[in-house]
Write a protein that binds this ligand. Structure first.
Ligand code: SAM
Length: 246
């Protein structure tokens, strides 16, 4: 692996930089993220107030442009215009990697479609942090993100995931964590489940068990905070191999 020297060339004009930001612990910001945020022309942010605070924490002052779910289409056009003029645009979301259960995909596609340059400034992502520390298989996994809110649709999606290989990874809000564990208990009662709670924060914890065991914990403790829920693959019982006799 070639390690780049810290004397990196200046940012490239007309580039969209997808900048990952901390998911809890501010120490997780990368040196490259800070440089891009410092040297870009404008920061497109899911929540300008929140990202403004992050920039302030790192002593960075930049014009901010709001870019969130409900103005994505309009703002994407504006961002593309800026890129065409040669601006360097950094896109950040409230936490973690843009485009992962967060706005980003639309403007990325528009930029690529317009022949513009897109760079990911990789860094924190709850999915990766949870999966790698879960102890569940990492070789193959299926990222689901948030399930729909409606019970029937959730159930159908969980059922539809049955043939998926490897570990299933969900994002879930604290208000529906008990509901999800109940659903997992019905659909995947025998699988290993890991709840990764409050990653990189003071009360980070990993809870491991079968869905019924974790449901009992959730009912007893009323779990709070942010969660990634991981479901291990189905463990098929190994058939006894009968060796041929000579
Ligand atoms: N883009 C982000 C990323 O790269 O992980 C995810 C954004 S999504 C709107 C927010 C969800 O990510 C939360 O509801 C939770 O499921 C998960 N998440 C974010 N930060 C987390 C943390 N510190 N601990 C556990 N889960 C977290």
């Amino acid at each position: 692996m070639e390690v780049q020297s810290p004397q990196l060339p200046p940012l490239q004009p007309g580039t969209l930089y997808l900048v990952a930001t901390p998911i809890g612990n501010l120490e997780d910001i990368t040196l490259r993220a800070l440089r891009v945020l410092r040297e870009c022309d404008v920061v497109a942010a899911e929540d300008t107030r929140r990202s403004g605070q992050l920039l302030k924490h790192f002593g960075i002052s930049k014009p901010l442009l709001s870019y969130f779910q409900f103005n994505e289409a309009k703002r994407s056009e504006e961002i593309i215009e800026r890129l065409r003029r040669g601006e360097k645009v950094a896109l950040v979301t409230d936490a973690g990697s843009p485009g992962i259960s967060d706005p980003g995909e639309r403007v990325v596609r528009a930029a690529i479609g317009g022949g513009l340059r897109v760079e990911a400034v990789a860094g924190p992502c709850a999915l990766v942090a949870a999966l790698t520390a879960s102890g569940l298989p990492t070789e193959e996994f299926h990222f689901v993100g948030f399930l729909p809110h409606k019970s029937g649709q959730r159930r159908n999606q969980l059922e539809a995931l049955r043939p998926a290989g490897g570990t299933l990874v969900f994002y879930e809000s604290p208000y529906r964590i008990e509901k999800l564990l109940g659903e997992l208990n019905e659909v995947y009662p025998g699988r290993d489940v890991v709840l990764a709670r409050e990653l990189s924060k003071k009360f980070e914890e990993f809870l491991r068990g079968k869905p019924a065991e974790l449901l009992a914990v959730a009912q007893k403790r009323s779990l709070k905070g942010e969660f990634v829920v991981l479901v291990g693959p189905e463990v098929r019982e190994k058939k006894a191999v009968t060796l041929p006799t000579i």
